[in-house]
Ligand binder design. Sequence first.
Ligand code: SAM
Length: 242
Amino acid sequence: MNYYVMTLFPEMIEDGMNTSITGRAIARELIHLEAVNIRDYTTEKHGKVDDYPYGGGAGMVMQAQPVYDCYKAIEEKMNSKPRVIYLTPQGSTFAQPMAKELAQEENLVFLCGHYEGIDERVLEEIVTDYVSIGDYVLTGGELPAMVMMDAISRLVPGVLNNDMSAETESFSGNLLEHPQYSRPEIWNDKAVPKILLSGDHKKVDEYRRQESIRRTYERRPDLFEKAVESGEITEKEKKVFE
Ligand code: SAM
């Protein structure tokens, strides 16, 4: 998986991604990351990359030329045109199915906006996907790009020590994951559910499934309904919660 991030703040991307699990994946070359500074491509002699919006209004707009030239320099390294994801509150909302789909790509280019956004004309030229991470407005696209890369990287084979954990956890289907416990057996007068100490794997699996269904019912009734519709939860299992 090769990530190219077009940004005005490459150090933010590098600091965030070179930490913890993604950092290890980069060091092990399971993931390749290049944070490319859009400012390096401006032809303006003072290094300016933004200007006032035509028609007036608050804030500044990132200009088309440096973004386009930055993209062209990245594209030159590839044999085919890559997916180019513009992080924007106006995009489709990012969720696990999109992470799964994007994890199949060999190259992904992320374009991070700042200020009031980017000149529409260059977006029309280069962007293939408009993606939001939720209905709120951030100062820039760097955190959204990192959110996406983190979620996608976990699905790249070898990145997690145990590839199974990505398959069983929340959103792998429509169910949320069961609660987790670790040592000690009693903490703050609270005991770990006895069944988890029984060593009976079949019973542990049944208990976890029950808890997973309960948690989805209580916290995400919308997903619970979807799981019933898709048959992931049986009619019998549903009845327990009626
Ligand atoms: N004027 C823009 C609008 O109303 O749609 C918002 C610009 S925002 C202040 C600056 C940049 O932050 C955007 O270009 C985008 O790259 C990024 N951004 C902000 N919120 C985001 C979100 N929820 N999801 C993805 N990117 C976001």
